[in-house]
Design a protein around this ligand. Structure first.
Ligand SMILES: Nc1ccn([C@H]2C[C@H](O)[C@@H](COP(=O)(O)O)O2)c(=O)n1
Ligand SMILES: [Zn+2]
Length: 164
């Protein structure tokens, strides 16, 4: 009698996989306070692009400011490119129509504009710690008006260890 070998059942789900990839991308960020990662996926679950928050090419991580407070020109906010925008801009393949965005932090209003215009139709987000800020309220208002669906990732509690 031949015993049939069945597939393993503890493999990670698509949401775990892509949110995990977004988290890993965020680990490349040099921002000392918030490391944000994003992963864009096609309708048939192929990774199209990734990004994390950082300064534009040519703007040194060692020279530009990482401060959150102080004189506006000396804070990071005027210079940093958000992870979602970097993921959109990093894409070299043409259209993102119908794609899905996994991002570890809810997109701000500026990223929402780029998300809508790029054709991304679904956002899966992790943290929503800035939910009460005008940037996120405006973002949700535009996403709702444009029919971009968003839902919060439900952590499964599963942990992985990667040896690097
Ligand atoms: N959806 C978002 C929101 C923020 N970011 C970036 C921008 C900054 O580098 C950092 C937020 O800094 P904080 O005010 O928490 O010190 O996260 C992003 O990439 N995507
Ligand atoms: Zn943003």
């Amino acid at each position: 009698m031949i015993k049939k070998i069945r597939k393993r059942s503890d493999y990670i789900t698509w949401d775990e996989y892509f949110m995990g990839v977004a988290q890993l991308a965020g680990m490349r960020s040099k921002d000392p306070s918030s490391q944000v990662g994003a992963c864009i996926v096609s309708e048939d679950n192929k990774i199209l692009s990734m990004g994390y928050n950082g300064f534009p090419i040519g703007c040194s991580d060692d020279d530009f400011p990482w401060a959150r407070e102080g004189e506006e020109l000396e804070t990071k906010y005027l210079y940093v490119t958000h992870s979602e925008l970097n993921a959109i801009l990093n894409y070299r393949g043409g259209s993102l129509e119908g794609a899905k965005l996994y991002v570890t932090l809810f997109p701000c209003n500026e990223c929402a504009k780029a998300i809508i215009q790029s054709g991304i139709k679904t956002i899966v987000y992790g943290n929503d710690k800035y939910a009460n800020t005008p940037a996120v309220i405006a973002s949700k208002r535009m996403l709702d008006a444009s029919g971009v669906r968003y839902y919060q990732y439900s952590p499964t509690g599963r942990e992985i260890t990667i040896q690097l």
